[in-house]
Design a binder for this molecule. Sequence first.
Ligand SMILES: *Cc1c(COP(=O)(O)O)cnc(C)c1O
Length: 311
Amino acid sequence: MQDHIELVNQLAIATPSPVNPIQLPVLQDYDVTLEVKRDDLLHPIISGNKWRKLQGHLQRVLNAKTQNDSPISALLSFGGGFSNHLHALGYCCYQLHMPFTAIVRGNYTSHFTPMLEDLQAWGTTIQFVDKKTYQRRYEPDYLRLLSHEHPKTRIIPEGGSDDLVLKGVASMLDEIEDLDEYEYLLCPVASGGTLAGIAQGLAERNSRCQVIGIAMLKGDTYLENLVRQLLPNEYPMPRIIHDFHCGGYAKCPTQLATFCDNFAEQTHIPVEPVYSGKLFYAIMQLIEQGFFPKGSRLLALHTGGLQGARK
Ligand SMILES: *Cc1c(COP(=O)(O)O)cnc(C)c1O
């Protein structure tokens, strides 16, 4: 615990993140309330949901570092050219003085994204790989090869999602007063770690609040399988709604773009179309479909991710 407080201090994470009420006419029309857990405010650089997910990984490496003859002294992970995960991890490693290697899908050598420019400024070793190589990111043979090329390095999976993330994500629930006053907690789903962590956390806390995941990408059954693999069997599988991916991961049709602009203007809460904007887009449509019974109290998790929207 002491170690953990040090990590929070060292990275200047602003916990607990606030919960803000939303005021929009549609909420009154359908007699529901909506509040937002603002994990986008946890840190100006480290995307909120990635802090929740990465703290277990970072703590593990820091603990190893304090032992003499540490077996681990560096980190490596995977992502795309706009990845919030690589961005957050790159910044944490820079602050914690840990060497970091980013395996990036595609070749951006001649046109770095703002995310990659940040990584470079923070001293990350960037390795571009083609699609085919990137597809091997879960293969034991490929991981062995990477381990060989990068000794004493902890390899973190894409999006940071493995069993180490669940506790960090669930700790968010302890920051919410009156958790049981909410009927529904809604969050985005991409690699599934956030939803699995919340599902486990709610069950462990015997909460009556029900979590619903909103799929950010096309993946009927695929996303359910990811969550099931992360979530120990004794916990019930949460529901995932697949109707609002808007064509796929990071796809942004005009309707979604317009929604994001209007939502940010009306609520003064910044959103981007890949995660948070898509989540609220889905919630508003579900409300208008009468999905939530009258009188329902909803809590949405704003996972951050605004860095990814930079041009
Ligand atoms: C990575 C990410 C998610 C998705 O979380 P998963 O645990 O991968 O499902 C949601 N929102 C933001 C802002 C993210 O960066």
